[in-house]
Design a protein around this ligand. Sequence first.
Ligand SMILES: Cc1cc2nc3c(=O)[nH]c(=O)nc-3n(C[C@H](O)[C@H](O)[C@H](O)COP(=O)(O)OP(=O)(O)OC[C@H]3O[C@@H](n4cnc5c(N)ncnc54)[C@H](O)[C@@H]3O)c2cc1C
Length: 505
Amino acid sequence: MNRDGVRKSIWQEEIKPFPAAINFETEYDVAIIGGGITGVSTAYQLQKSGKKCILIEAANIGFGTTGGTTAHINNFLDTTYSEATSKFGLEDAVLLYQSTVDAIGVIEKNISDNQIDCDFEKKTAQLFALDDKQSKQLDDILEGAEKVGCQMNLINNISFPIPFVRAVEIPGQAQFHPIKYIDALCRSFLNFGGTIVDNCFCKNHSEEEEWIVVKTSKGTIRARNLIYATHIPPGVNMLHFTNAPYRSYAMAFTLKNQNYPKELGYDLMDPYHYYRVHEINGEKLLIAGGEDHKTGHSEDTGVCFTNLENYVRQYFDVDVVKYSWSSQYYEPVDGFPYIGKMPGTSNVYTATGFRGNGMIFGTISSKIISELILTGNSPYKKLFSLSRVTPIACFTEFVRETATVVTDFIKDKLFVEKVSSLAEINEGEGKVVAYEGESYAIYKEKGGRVHVLKSTCPHAKCEVRWNSAEISWDCPCHGSRFSVNGEVLTAPSVTDLARIREKDL
Ligand SMILES: Cc1cc2nc3c(=O)[nH]c(=O)nc-3n(C[C@H](O)[C@H](O)[C@H](O)COP(=O)(O)OP(=O)(O)OC[C@H]3O[C@@H](n4cnc5c(N)ncnc54)[C@H](O)[C@@H]3O)c2cc1C
């Protein structure tokens, strides 16, 4: 199984490819684009409910962030219940909490209905403040959780060897192996008569009377409903202004002293660190994550791993680093995900803006979108609606902040260098360079082979940045990512970076 980055995540090794359809029909009730937790869970749900579904994946199942997640399953969220209450009111905050409880129920039911062996375990989480400022934050989190009915208890000790000033425990959390889980759901989807087509890129769609015509790299199909489960939908639309792409970093370590914490753990730093343990091939590993930043806004992404490793080594008796990888998530402007029908369309749906809670929101998306397609309604339709009115102050701040950072970076020309010859680029290095009035994204492989691309992202014409950690070109505006050959790795772009022949330079 491959992933949208060169580093191997902890989940990748175990899963073998399974046969996908080579020939497929041309008419379906529902076409689902994207084989991550959102697409797979939704395809399974709809096929089981009697709809004829096709699941289309650009690469392989688990290629996107679901293959690079850390798979904590939480009913407390990156958007705290206090924030939810102050922005949307208590009633909506309670509904938000209810959606998380529902999502965990859906995962448990999927596992028991299909006898899935995916290392699912119920867990308690510990949330700890490292200083007085974080302690006030924790009080606020506690107060908000109490109001919506999410149980949190103050505790005196934590199972992490990290000095803290205040901590709570939250029962009823869980963890699993995300790829084992979606792989098993895919197999059940196939058993129910569903169709999976992998290595198939969805280029665009058009709405024609009762049908949606979907153009893919393997041909055209027609569907009554279309779901973009692509983590962020393609095309340029409002969702690209209301969701910002972020990278997060994760590492898995063995410990010399075998003191692996039993609980899930989180501090309250900004960005916060997250911890849990998973056994891979009989070996326990501590997974730690953090060092988040806006996509394309770190000069040297490799340093994020060094920072994370140094931080973990301060507190844990680390033996060996077994895995290190990074992946992408989306921050929504008002803290709530967007799940439902795309405005201005009749039957096109999507789900995005999950922050670091995509196991929950990807799963609840499968319930919401299925209900919308099957009955036209869902208890969460309004809460996560794509056309909800975003609080104005928050929206302006979000757009201003994103625009400022992008403009500053472009103004500083931090990433654009002038070169007079390709010899100025070292082997193993990627650079955006200005050359005779044009700008190019150039990567020189070890051994000297050079890959030259136009550095302008086809999606919204921003300039891409080099990601040394995952050997990719990342767009700082909306998070499209490209391989060194220019191929799209991550939505929303549906067009590759233009390739330039070396001799044209
Ligand atoms: C480092 C990290 C750790 C995280 N940890 C947690 C955690 O502990 N708990 C939690 O709840 N959440 C976590 N998250 C968030 C969570 O992993 C994601 O929100 C979730 O995996 C998103 O799933 P998805 O199915 O929506 O998208 P993806 O898994 O990204 O799947 C989208 C798929 O669509 C395909 N695709 C895209 N465009 C096209 C196209 N045009 N044609 C065909 N296919 C296409 C892609 O190839 C991809 O496979 C984490 C995120 C990161 C970055």
